[in-house]
Design a protein around this ligand. Sequence first.
Ligand code: PXP
Length: 235
Amino acid sequence: MRLAVNIDHIATLRNARNEGEPNPVDAALLAEKSGAVGIVCHLREDRRHIRDSDLRALRRAVTTKLDLEMAMTDEMQRIAIETVPELITLVPEKREELTTEGGFDIRRHFRRLAEFLEPIRAAGIEASIFIEPDRDAIDLAAEAGADLVELHTGSYALKEGAEQAKEFERIRSAAAYAAGRGLRVVAGHGLNYRNIAPFKSIGEIEEVSIGHALISRAAFVGIPEAVREMLELIG
Ligand code: PXP
């Protein structure tokens, strides 16, 4: 399994002082050099961490794969087409949430989805949709022309014991189903050094997207070591 590193919280820390340090681009380059195959950032409507200037700088600097997480809005569609990340990931977005809660409501947005993705994909950008691990959502993602789905692992991360094992099986089954529908599969949200190990056994999941746990660990040991430790667990 490969690792993509979400560097949003480097920007959160930078914004605490509103000066230049720490610089999200420096973090991205260190993560790439340490073995991450992609850099993820979420340009939120309220710009609470990553800002437009960060996105432009990341686009210039990232040489592996830049994944722009974004809401399904006209503004974000325009920014994606101007920036040309390798990948966009559609996520739900509510102003008041602390982090992305739940998957993208693909049923609600389905009518506009194919039309929304069309110019993005025409610009040479791959499209992923962050969904709950369920078959209906996977069917709709495939129908809308997504290249990938990112299976939401947030519920798995919040559960324990038998409940967590049940949620894990739901993710495993969804991954197999999505691959059967011709979608590439990645996973993310709430994954950390303690709960990631079982994912190695799901062959269809080619990559995990990890932010908070990895950046938190990096505060103590540095990004290269935090990436190395995660790669050791998933490799
Ligand atoms: N994947 C998606 C779609 C997300 O929105 C997030 C959080 O920004 C992540 C992965 C990473 O989650 P975490 O920060 O909990 O590792």
